[in-house]
Unconditional design. Structure first.
Length: 322
């Protein structure tokens, strides 16, 4: 009889339970679908104590980083809302580095990429993480190719997942790799999740809620565009509103906000369209007109470019009322 493949999940303090329990349920269901113990999930804490999750739930991990795992197939580092500001103890980094080197594949779930990247094992790799910390990950580790919109990224032995529930997307991808498409589809059906989730994770983001950037006049302009997405926000019009020449305005806006005026206007229009589509009362064509697009195709192109889905698909999945 084949020995089960050990799937080791490191759970840092304040871990999000779904980063651990979601993948664990996928692997457990794969065992049920095949009628044999293909996988054995092993949870590891950073100390020999119960782990307090971000939800307040406490659980006792199977092992701690004070112990060696004799055999492992896959190492995954789960995320925590505390990780962006947390320091990491050297012995935890050393433990990850040693065990990842012995694993067939290794990676992270959600903000776990911020912790795992400190090992240096992700350097030069394509990775993903929760959209909210993707920029932070890229800043801290410039050699990484951070794909902020992806749910799952695989680069050689490195496998990374986006925020929280995307850990299940990653686990399904690993099950498919090991056991084939039919088993992975059966697992997804049993758990009532997408076998392959459509679009990208940015359809769930809320970048448009970020505070305005730059000098006072530019901040006022940004607030005005956000509140009036349907108006004509050409560079000339926006420049006139802040009392600058178009060329000087474009240069200053890009320097102080990190994006071009056209990119900003598109982002505000897409955010406004998302809110109206989520209400579910208006068609994409009508929403496009309210957001300043000449026709529905303009809004469609912007949506696909920024969110990876069409307005109609977005409305179908996210509308609160019909």
């Amino acid at each position: 009889m084949q020995t089960p493949l050990p799937i080791v999940i490191l759970a840092p303090p304040g871990v999000q339970m779904l980063d651990v329990s979601g993948p664990a349920d996928v692997f457990a269901e794969a065992n049920r679908q095949t009628g044999r113990d293909v996988y054995r999930v092993v949870t590891v804490g950073t100390a020999p104590l119960a782990v307090a999750a971000s939800s307040g739930i406490r659980f006792l991990p199977d092992r701690s980083v004070l112990e060696e795992i004799e055999r492992l197939d896959t190492l995954l580092v789960a995320g925590s809302p505390d990780l962006p500001g947390a320091s990491s103890e050297p012995h935890v980094i050393d433990w990850m580095r040693r065990h990842a080197g012995r694993a067939r594949r290794h990676g992270s779930i959600c903000s776990g990429a911020l912790l795992f990247a400190r090992t240096g094992l992700l350097d030069g790799r394509r990775v993903t993480t929760h959209w909210k910390v993707a920029e932070l990950l890229a800043q801290r580790h410039p050699s990484l190719q951070v794909e902020a919109d992806a749910f799952v990224v695989r680069d050689g032995a490195v496998c990374t997942a986006a925020g929280v529930t995307a850990g299940m997307d990653l686990a399904l991808a690993l099950v498919e790799e090991d056991l084939g498409r039919e088993v992975a589809m059966a697992v997804a059906a049993e758990l009532v999740v997408f076998y392959r989730r459509p679009g990208g994770q940015l359809q769930f983001s809320r970048h448009g809620d970020a505070a305005p950037a730059g000098r006072g006049a530019l901040q006022e302009l940004q607030r005005y565009v956000a509140a009036h997405p349907g108006e004509d926000h050409s560079v000339a019009n926006m420049a006139a509103r802040v009392g600058m020449s178009p060329r000087h305005f474009a240069r200053v806006f890009g320097h102080e906000t990190g994006m071009t005026p056209a990119e900003f206007v598109e982002s505000m229009r897409v955010e406004a369209a998302r809110r109206w589509l989520e209400e579910g009362h208006e068609t994409p064509k009508r929403v496009a007109a309210r957001c300043g697009y000449a026709d529905a195709n303009g809004l469609r192109r912007a949506f696909v470019r920024r969110l990876g889905v069409t307005p109609a698909e977005y409305r179908k999945r996210h509308a609160h009322a019909r």
